[in-house]
Design a protein around this ligand. Structure first.
Ligand code: SF4
Ligand code: SF4
Ligand code: SF4
Length: 206
């Protein structure tokens, strides 16, 4: 039997940049105010005749070949049997190697406890067959979630129907977060201002 691979597909044509997903995630997972498991980058695209708003939600990509897992010196960062990348708080020593290794800036450090956090694919829900908070909250149903390896799942059917593109696919990390319409997006920023103030690796003090 094929191994389960939980994943997410985000249709960029449906995202309106309302940030309800980011708020729902914070509520569900107790993410500190200035840190983000998921965030939405928004920018203007000027076609000459009109200006429209482009939006791209981002989160941990739950990479199959995850550099954050490889560099973690204590085994705190690991992949579950469903392909979800998690952090074992008991084992995390706050060295931030994983944050530096992640090309997506998907991880953050808790300034109070020193532990590193990130999107868990709402494992406390998804491991029991429930949808993640960001998916069930999305007002336009831009996010699909489920087993990418199960041809009968909604997400696998959608990927088969319309395709799915990974962010920074050329890195070869095999992300489990895919987008519809990624290559059509123009002027995508590397990171947004709000995100730069949140999940970046800060130098050690002292
Ligand atoms: Fe986009 Fe849905 Fe998030 Fe709103 S809730 S920003 S529509 S992904
Ligand atoms: Fe690790 Fe970053 Fe990939 Fe998530 S997106 S699995 S934190 S390297
Ligand atoms: Fe947050 Fe859960 Fe969505 Fe990940 S899957 S961004 S933890 S709500």
């Amino acid at each position: 039997m094929t191994e389960k691979r939980l994943g997410m597909l985000i249709d960029l044509s449906l995202c309106i940049g309302c940030n309800a997903c980011a708020v729902a995630c914070k509520q569900e997972n107790g993410v500190p105010l200035t840190k983000f498991n998921t965030w939405v980058e928004s920018w203007d695209v000027n076609t000459g005749e009109q200006t429209r708003r482009a939006n791209q939600p981002k989160l941990c990509n739950h990479c199959a070949d995850a550099p954050c897992v490889k560099v973690c010196p204590t085994g705190a960062s690991f992949r579950t049997e469903e392909g979800v990348v998690l952090v074992d708080e008991e084992k995390c020593i706050g060295c931030k190697y994983c944050m530096a290794a992640c090309p997506f800036q998907a991880r953050w450090v808790n300034d109070d406890t020193g532990e590193v956090g990130k999107c868990t694919f709402c494992y406390h829900r998804s491991s029991h067959g429930l949808l993640p908070a960001c998916v069930s909250t999305c007002v336009t149903r831009a996010r699909y979630f489920g087993d990418l390896n199960d041809p009968k799942s909604d997400i696998a059917k959608k990927v088969a129907e319309v395709g799915g593109e990974a962010l920074y696919a050329d890195l070869g990390l095999d992300p489990a977060v895919l987008y519809v319409g990624l290559s059509q997006v123009e002027g995508m920023p590397v990171t947004s201002a709000i995100h730069r103030g949140g999940n970046v690796v800060k130098p050690l003090e002292g």
